[in-house]
Write a protein that binds this ligand. Structure first.
Ligand code: DP6
Length: 327
């Protein structure tokens, strides 16, 4: 194994979970309680360059051109330790990360962030990982990053150990004309991190065991819906699964929520559009922004309804994106 003399750059795209991951059985290894399924998105991505350099006395991390404070860099440094351990190397790195999103205020994503870092750092240190092992490594940074190694529809099989918990492509090339419309209602940083929030839910929500049961069934059913190109069925399962996840936050102790007033407004609009015949379904992660699944032929109608309510700078249309790319 030889450390690369040149910096290595990788690009990873974020993903939106249709069947959510919300809880771990092992926090250090990030082994989830349930399997999940996502769609990788084309317009939200992260470019990360890594150079391991014998001359450095500590890791040097910059994010969108700014050097990160020690506190903010901690999670990245911990991840680099995992990479160093794996490679049996003791050398610091220069890491520079740029988040590319269509608007200035981004859809912050640990999924694309840690997937890009896993790919660039492992290659820069001389590890030549296959995609399965890359997915396992990305998982150590952030659970959702496990899935961003692949494009299209991706399943993260929960497994039960570091060796058995990784993502597999479900349908990498998506020839299905569907869009995801992101409604960016609020850009401020979330109060409750997903890592913290999900663990509170695992430990305190009386509905947690029901969640494990229903999401297992939903995963099976959504795979059939995707294979059958049954948009209605897929959307309905995804929307229900998102609400069931958010029910875990509301039923935790202490309770918390990622909904804000505008998220509810978007959800209500989706419901009313649907009853007026425009087929679309929403999903939401650990933040107030709402993503809406819609077929291509209905996208412009949906966008114009959303823009009327929220303004055109808040509405971003994207679609299925690819897996990890090296530059
Ligand atoms: C709601 O991957 O951010 O987006 O593993 O603790 O870093 P950690 O959590 P993270 O959680 C993502 C939660 C989610 C659902 C999902 O992407 O499946």
């Amino acid at each position: 194994m030889t450390i690369s003399k040149n910096k290595v750059t990788a690009r990873a795209y974020t993903n939106i979970a249709l069947i959510k991951y919300w809880g771990k059985v092992d926090q250090k290894l990030k082994i989830p309680t349930t399997s999940s399924l996502s769609l990788t998105l084309k317009d939200f991505y992260t470019d990360t360059s890594v150079l391991f350099n014998e001359k450095l006395l500590e890791d040097k991390i910059t994010f969108n051109g700014q050097q990160l404070s020690e506190k903010k860099a901690e999670r990245i440094v911990n991840f680099l330790d995992v990479v160093r351990d794996l490679a049996q190397q003791n050398v610091y790195a220069e890491v520079s990360t740029i988040n590319k999103v269509p608007t200035s205020a981004g859809l912050a994503s640990s999924a694309s962030g840690f997937a890009a870092l896993a790919a660039s750092a492992s290659k820069a240190i001389g590890l030549n990982l296959n995609k399965k092992d890359l997915s396992r490594l990305a998982r150590r940074g952030s659970g959702s990053a496990t899935r961003s190694i692949y494009g299209g529809f991706v399943e993260w099989e929960k497994g039960f150990s570091d060796e058995t918990s990784y993502a597999v492509p479900f349908e990498e090339e998506v020839d299905w004309p569907i869009n995801v419309v992101a409604v960016m209602v609020n850009q401020s940083e979330k109060q409750m991190s997903s890592s913290k929030g999900m663990q509170i839910s695992v430990n305190t929500s009386p509905y947690y065991s029901a969640w494990e049961k229903v999401s297992k069934k939903a995963l099976k059913e959504i795979k059939v819906a995707i294979k059958n190109r049954d948009f209605d069925r897929m959307g309905k399962i995804a929307e229900e699964n998102a609400m069931q996840m958010h029910a875990l936050t509301l039923s935790s102790s202490p309770d918390y929520t990622y909904f804000d007033a505008d998220s509810l407004k978007v959800m209500n609009l989706v419901h009313s559009l649907r009853s007026s015949g425009l087929t679309c379904y929403f999903t939401m992660d650990a933040g107030p922004n709402v993503k809406i699944l819609v077929e291509k032929q209905n996208t412009s109608k949906l966008v114009s309804e959303l823009e009327k309510e929220f303004g055109s700078d808040k509405v971003i249309v994207t679609s299925a994106g690819p897996g990890i790319e090296y530059q």
